[in-house]
Design a protein around this ligand. Structure first.
Ligand code: PEP
Length: 252
């Protein structure tokens, strides 16, 4: 019912040359058509990523996008600029943007809204810290982070649940923890958009997802793919996760 989506968040890795080599190798691996694949390189590598992937099943995403079309916003890039070069997706609200660069729930929703208005799909990242999980505040935190989703278009929205304590730590959420949160999010999104929309909206898991744990996580009923950091930097591990997603979708 929901086509799995596997997205690689390369963060500040892979400049132009490495991006070209990586994506030429990935394109040659024949990505299964039953999985949507998105790679999100650094801004400077976006044009070469689009060039190499044009005509393939792989789409290109940016790691952020501003809420205005143009203006005096040093260091920012707009949805219109991304669309012009062939980018199709943008990540918004990644935990590193929130914790290191002060991005808030409110401006994350604004970024997502303008991404969609400009023609991009928005991958909205949410997730609790370890302190919040241990204080049993996980669902309250997520509730706050998605409070503004009613301003978004569900047909161009993907939600990525990324517990902060699992990002880059090697410690992934258990399949049960992921499923519990994803089911909560889908119920919450059904309350906003209606159950038909919520049933088709993809909710990704992110946080130390790798080939060795991909099957148990991606096999959960409400886990519709992954947002992958470290394991997306290596073409073999990234394509192993893509293949696992295809197998899970086929019920293998
Ligand atoms: C991320 O940064 O979005 C992420 C999930 O990273 P990692 O897979 O390395 O935990």
């Amino acid at each position: 019912m929901r086509t799995p989506l596997i997205a690689g968040n390369w963060k500040m890795h892979h400049g132009v040359g490495e991006t070209q080599i990586f994506l030429e190798a990935l394109v040659n691996q024949d990505v299964p058509a039953t999985v949507d694949v998105v790679v999100c390189p650094p801004f400077v590598s976006l044009p070469v990523a689009v060039m190499v992937t044009t005509g393939s099943e792989i789409a290109v995403g940016a790691q952020n996008v501003h809420w205005e079309s143009s203006g005096a916003f040093t260091g920012e890039v707009s949805a219109e600029m991304l669309i012009e070069i062939g980018v199709r997706w943008a990540i918004v609200g990644h935990s590193e943007r929130r914790s290191l660069f002060g991005e808030t729930d409110e401006n994350t929703i604004r970024r997502a809204r303008s991404a969609q208005d400009g023609g991009l799909g928005a991958i909205l990242c949410i997730g609790e810290s370890l302190v919040q999980r241990e204080a049993e505040q996980t669902l309250d935190v997520l509730e706050r982070q998605i409070a503004g989703v009613d301003r978004l278009d569900p047909s161009r929205l993907v939600v990525a649940y990324e517990p902060v304590w699992a990002i880059g730590t090697g410690r992934n959420a258990t399949p049960d923890q992921a499923q519990e949160v994803h089911a909560f999010l889908r119920r919450r999104l059904a309350g906003t958009f209606g159950s038909t929309e919520a049933d088709t909206l993809r909710i990704l898991y992110g946080g130390s997802l790798k080939p060795s744990n991909a099957r148990e996580l991606l096999g959960q009923q409400d886990v519709d793919g992954g947002l992958i950091g470290g394991a997306s930097l290596d073409v073999d591990s990234f394509s192993a996760i893509i293949r696992t997603a295809a197998e899970c979708a086929a019920g293998d």
